[in-house]
Ligand binder design. Structure first.
Ligand code: FAD
Length: 296
C-alpha cells in the first residue's frame, strides 16, 4: 500500500478511543478528512488501494479486533455541518452526532420523530447506514435524499420507504461512504420535550451505562434477543473483562479492560446457547471488524 497523499492521513492510528467499546488495535492508515470535498478525494484514492477499507462514524456499533485494522479507515468525525434549506428541510453531513440533530433541530422546532431517535449514540452517517431507531421510528423515515460515494462514483439517491427496514438499508452497500443527507421533518402537534426527557430517563433506568455497543444482536422476528439470552440463564456470565449485562441481556459490556476475544467469546456463547435451547439463530447487530474485512 502506498502512503496516502493527504496531510490528514495518520499511520498506525489507534482505533479503540474512537469506539464506545474502547476495544481494538490501530489502523494501518486513518484518513481524517476535514471537509466533504476532502472526504470525496480521500474516498476516490482509498477505493483504488489494495487491501481492506472501512468507514468509521461515531464508533458506537463497532467491535474492532485487538490486532487492529490492516488497511485504511476513513473517519467522518470532522464532517459536521448542518444547514437549513427552508420548508422543514435540513442538509446534514455524516459526521454530525445524531443527538445534535435531535436536540438542535428536532426539539428546537418541535418536529415529530423525537421518540424514535432519542438517546442513540453515534453519527448521522452511521445512523443512516444502520437505519438506527427504536420501536417508535427510525432515521431513514425522515430522510428525503442521501449523498453516497462508492466505487462507481458519487450519487444522490431519493429515499423511498422500500429502501430501508429494521437496522438496514439498500442504498449504501458496505464500504461505500454516506456523505450526508437531506432530512425533511413534520411539525408535531404534541410537545416533543417531555417525550425526549421520558426516553432519556428510560434508557438510564433500563440500559446499563458503560463501554458497549448497545444491543449486540438484532431482535429475531416476533421476539427479543435479550429475552432469549436471559431465558438461557446467561445474564451476568463473564469472560475476562467482558460481561453479559445483569441489567439487560442483549448488552455485552466491556467493564474491565476487555479484549476483543472476551466479547466475541460471549457473543459465540449467546448464539450457541440460544440456538440449542430455542432453535433460533441470533444475528449480530454490532459490526465486527476483524482480520481483513468487516463482517456486516
Ligand atoms: C448505549 C448504546 C445504545 C444504543 N441504542 C441504539 C438504539 O436504540 N437503536 C439503534 O438502532 N442503535 C443503537 N445503538 C447502536 C448505535 O448507536 C447505532 O447503530 C448508530 O447509529 C451507529 O452509528 P455510528 O456513527 O456510531 O456508526 P459506527 O459504529 O461508526 O459504524 C457502524 C456501521 O456504520 C458504517 N458507517 C458509519 N458511518 C458511515 C458513513 N458515513 N457511510 C457509510 N457507512 C458508515 C460503518 O462502516 C459500520 O459498518 C446503541 C449503541 C449504544 C452504545
Amino acid at each position: 500500500m502506498t502512503t496516502p497523499p493527504f496531510d490528514f492521513a495518520q499511520a498506525e492510528y489507534p482505533l479503540a478511543p474512537l469506539t464506545l467499546y474502547k476495544v481494538g488495535g490501530p489502523a494501518r492508515w486513518a484518513l481524517l478528512p476535514p471537509t466533504r470535498e476532502a472526504a470525496c478525494d480521500a474516498y476516490a484514492w482509498m477505493v483504488d488501494q489494495p487491501g481492506p477499507k472501512m468507514v468509521l462514524g461515531g464508533g458506537s456499533n463497532l467491535l474492532i479486533s485487538d490486532e487492529g485494522f490492516p488497511g485504511i479507515v476513513l473517519v467522518t468525525t470532522a464532517l459536521d455541518q448542518m444547514e437549513s434549506l427552508g420548508d422543514h428541510r435540513y442538509r446534514v453531513e455524516c459526521g454530525v452526532q445524531l443527538d445534535r440533530l435531535v436536540q438542535e433541530i428536532m426539539l428546537q422546532h418541535n418536529y415529530e420523530g423525537v421518540g424514535g431517535l432519542t438517546g442513540i449514540p453515534g453519527s448521522i452517517g452511521g445512523a443512516i447506514y444502520m437505519n438506527a431507531g427504536t420501536v417508535n421510528g427510525s432515521t431513514c423515515q425522515w430522510l428525503e435524499s442521501v449523498d453516497v460515494i462508492g466505487p462507481e462514483g458519487r450519487r444522490t439517491v431519493t429515499v423511498e420507504p422500500s429502501m430501508y427496514g429494521y437496522r438496514g438499508q439498500t442504498f449504501c452497500p458496505p464500504r461505500s461512504l454516506i456523505l450526508g443527507g437531506v432530512f425533511r421533518f413534520t411539525p408535531a402537534e404534541q410537545d416533543q420535550r417531555p417525550i425526549y426527557d421520558h426516553y432519556i430517563r428510560r434508557r438510564k433506568e433500563k440500559q446499563p451505562q458503560g463501554n458497549c455497543c448497545g444491543s449486540v444482536f438484532r431482535n429475531p422476528e416476533g421476539d427479543h434477543a435479550g429475552r432469549l439470552i436471559e431465558a438461557c440463564g446467561l445474564k451476568g456470565v463473564r469472560r475476562g473483562g467482558a460481561v453479559i449485562s445483569p441489567m439487560h441481556a442483549n448488552f455485552i459490556m466491556n467493564d474491565s479492560d476487555a479484549r476483543f476475544d472476551d466479547i466475541v467469546g460471549l457473543i459465540t456463547l449467546c448464539k450457541a446457547t440460544v440456538k440449542e435451547r430455542f432453535g433460533i439463530d441470533l444475528r449480530e447487530e454490532v459490526v465486527i471488524v476483524s482480520e481483513s474485512a468487516p463482517r456486516t
